[in-house]
Structures are given as C-alpha cells and as structure tokens.
Ligand binder design. Sequence first.
Ligand code: F6R
Length: 237
Amino acid sequence: FKWIEAANYGELSKIAATIFIDQLKKDSSTVFGMATGGTPEGFYKKLVAAYKAGEVSFKQAKSFNLDEYIGINPANEASYHYYMDYNLFNHIDMKRENIYLPAGNKSNLEKAAAEYDALINAAGNIDIQLLGIGVNGHIGFNEPGTPFDLGTNIVELAQSTREANQVYFDSIDDVPTHAITMGIKTILSSKKIVLLISGASKQEAFERLRSGVVTEDFPASALHNHPDVTVIYTDVK
Ligand code: F6R
C-alpha cells in the first residue's frame, strides 16, 4: 500500500486526478474503472478541467463503472448512469460505445452480471480502478461478509449503506434494496487501484484498513491482497 495524506479535499481530488491523467498520457487507450458517490465529485471536476484545457483526450479510452442500483432507470437522477453522465461523460470526448456501467434494469440480472465480467476481460482488464469506501468498509457494493472470490454479482444493500445514500432520494423507502456490483475478484483483477477516503464518517473504516487485518467482514481489507494500491485520504479524524 502507498498511503498519501492530502491536506484537504481539494488536494485529495487533485492528487487522484493527476494519477489518472498521467496514466492517460502514458496510454491513450487506458481502460478506466470508475466509482460514484460524494467522494470523487471533486476528482471528476479535475478530469473535466484537464480535458477542457486540452491536456488530455479520452477518445481512445474505455471506462467501466463499479456498480448500479437494481430497478432504477438510467434517466433517474439517483442512478449511477445519470451521475456519471452529469459528472464526467457529458463533458469529455470518451466515445459512448466505450462507456460501460452494469445494467440494473435487465430482466436477467445474473446474465447481465456475467456479461459485464466478460466485457471487462475482453477489454484486457481495467488498468486503473478508482474506489471509495463505505462506512462499513464496503468497496463497490460488496457489503461485509461477501466472499472475496466473486465476480460481478447481485447484492442486497446493508441498512447502513441505504441510510448513507438516502440523501440522493426523497425518502429511505425510495432507496433500492439491491444493486449489481463488480465483485471483489473483479476489482482485484484491475492492474492498479486508487482508493479515496475523505471525512470523519470514514475514520473507523480508515483505521480498520490501516490495521492490515484481512477479513471478509471488512471488504476493503481484500485490497491488501493486491500488489498496487494507493490510498489517498484526508480529514479522517
Ligand atoms: C460507488 C461505490 C461505493 C462508494 C462508497 C462511498 O460507486 O461503489 O462503494 O464508493 O459507498 O461513497 P461516498 O463517496 O458517497 O462516501
């Protein structure tokens, strides 16, 4: 693990964006793994700014998102499809056919999950994967207790996850109960991983990760089994 403490949220966003931009400069056909949530919003603003400044082009790049809610339409503002368009894809030159998110609105979700892993595989696997962490240590939507050897799969969201994400919905009853997520195995197949941790609500998760104990009760601890993880953190106390 490489641990980088950022002075503040703006610095965290900048450090993370620089890593992704440098990767794209090195390899214009980079396969990105993207995350949603509050933490990477500043990071996406920096990527968009770099594109608008003519510093980089995403024309040959590809992107695979970690997860999506089940039973939510991509046009719904709380969907991760919407989030990604709003925060990134509407503002850069990545080709639509190179943008992938798991489909949470298909009738055969198991099939959609297996196909997602096959697509990632066919793209040569993810070169650089962005992650956030849940208050309970989830990565993607892999909640505590998830076996580390699963590919993309359908999961039931933990109550703490639904509560944390309630801000994006009218009420807790509107927060979906299930999601489709890259599995831990899918995440670990990425060549490089960058994990962002910001804010006091993540203090416990941060410390647990830092302790180095690997257990399925704490999904992010699976990252200790990966050879190239950078953790960028700020304001965790
Ligand atoms: C998002 C995702 C989640 C979030 C995590 C932290 O695609 O997979 O694991 O990264 O829930 O979310 P925020 O950043 O909103 O605290």
